[in-house]
Design a protein around this ligand. Structure first.
Ligand code: COI
Length: 357
């Protein structure tokens, strides 16, 4: 199989200056190299290569531009105090990428091959992993349909590309609580649709509501289910958790909610600590009820980019619900500290999540 040929490497001759550690933001700067591999129906995945970071040229008829046949992933590389480079659960990302590929009628990428690409790239650009509290190297693998044909059928050609960006906090609030607007008009996804896939359209579909929420002073929106606008799905591009009367609840995966790797890791951490955690259908009404009865103790979002983002305020149809006095809760902080402790190699990793490159 051509896909198993070794990765060809072309190193840059003009390395870029590294950005200042305190100005990283999210996804602004890109490292010196990128990975590319091609797919054709005839040859499968082939021509895997690491090349200097550069623009790509596509035919304007490429299907990705017209029908949105594309998926992406997001994961991070960390540098430990003793200089090792490690990735957080890259195997889970690659498995999810193939589930997204399947939903979008795109060919799977052999997991080993994708992991080799990511490790190889992270190794070559390891000097780009920033130091400093909360900083890391965000890795963005993505697949695009490149066949130049306007017929609405799955593309017969694709590119798998990996780019990397040194990042700081995703939200300017950092680990400080964000204010969330509960969206009652627009929806992100419907059961039976592509909500579970990490595909571009899900994010484009959310921009209008996100902008409207921002105009009103909210960082993100909380998405309700598409059929009844009653049940909680996600917040912004994160999964969401609520601690009510000592038990942690999160919406059960239903096909329209993204199967977050940080979500899964938080559930496993909570179980490891014997904190009761329940995945089930959750209505916005019961969260407000719990808030009014003084039983809603904490809420937080989880995602690769933000890790843990405490929720300090909800606004549903004009009614504000302040959570934990608008402050970061103890459990949110403990999860953040332990998860990032494992990621930065400061704490033991009992789950075998960290993979050295
Ligand atoms: C994540 O945090 O997992 C994301 O996918 C966020 C990204 C869309 C910026």
């Amino acid at each position: 199989m051509i896909a198993s040929t070794p990765i060809q490497i072309e190193r840059t001759t003009t390395p870029k200056p590294k950005p200042p550690q305190d100005k990283l933001g999210f996804g602004i700067y890109f490292t010196d190299h990128m990975f590319i591999m091609n797919y054709t129906a005839e040859f499968g995945w082939h021509r895997s290569r690491i090349v200097p970071y550069q623009p790509i040229t596509l035919d304007p008829a490429a299907k990705v531009f017209h029908y949105g046949q594309t998926v992406f992933e997001g994961l991070k590389a960390y540098k430990t105090a003793d200089g090792r480079v490690q990735l957080f659960r890259p195997d889970a990302n690659m498995k999810r990428m193939n589930r997204s590929n399947d939903r979008m009628s795109m060919p799977p990428i052999p997991t080993e091959l994708a992991l080799e690409a990511i490790k190889g790239l992270a190794k070559i650009d390891q000097d780009w992993i920033p130091d400093g509290e909360g900083n890391s190297l965000y890795i963005r693998p993505f697949v695009i349909a490149t066949e130049a044909l306007l017929g609405v059928q799955p593309s017969l050609e694709y590119q798998f590309i990996v780019i990397m960006s040194p990042v700081g906090a995703y939200y300017p609030e950092g680990i400080n609580p964000v204010k969330i607007f509960v969206e009652s008009h627009y929806v992100r996804a419907m059961v039976g649709g592509v909500g579970e896939a990490k595909t571009a359209g899900n994010y484009a579909a959310g921009l209008k509501a996100q902008d409207a929420a921002k105009d009103q002073g909210y960082t993100q929106v909380l998405w309700l289910d598409g059929a009844e606008h009653k049940y909680i799905e996600e917040v912004g591009s994160m999964n969401v958790f609520f601690k009510i009367d000592g038990t942690v609840y999160t919406p059960a995966l239903n096909g329209s909610i993204l199967d977050g790797i940080t979500r899964n890791s938080v559930i496993r951490l909570l179980k490891h600590w014997n904190v009761p955690v329940v995945e089930r259908v959750l209505s916005i009404e019961e969260i407000y009820e719990a808030g009014k009865n003084g039983k809603l103790e904490e809420s937080f979002g989880t995602g690769t980019a933000a890790v843990i983002s405490p929720v300090g305020e909800l606004n549903w149809r004009g009614e504000k619900l302040i959570i934990n006095g608008g402050k970061t809760g103890q459990l949110s902080e403990k999860i953040y500290n332990d998860l990032t402790g494992i990621q930065y190699g400061k704490l033991e990793d009992p789950f075998g999540w960290m993979i050295e490159v």
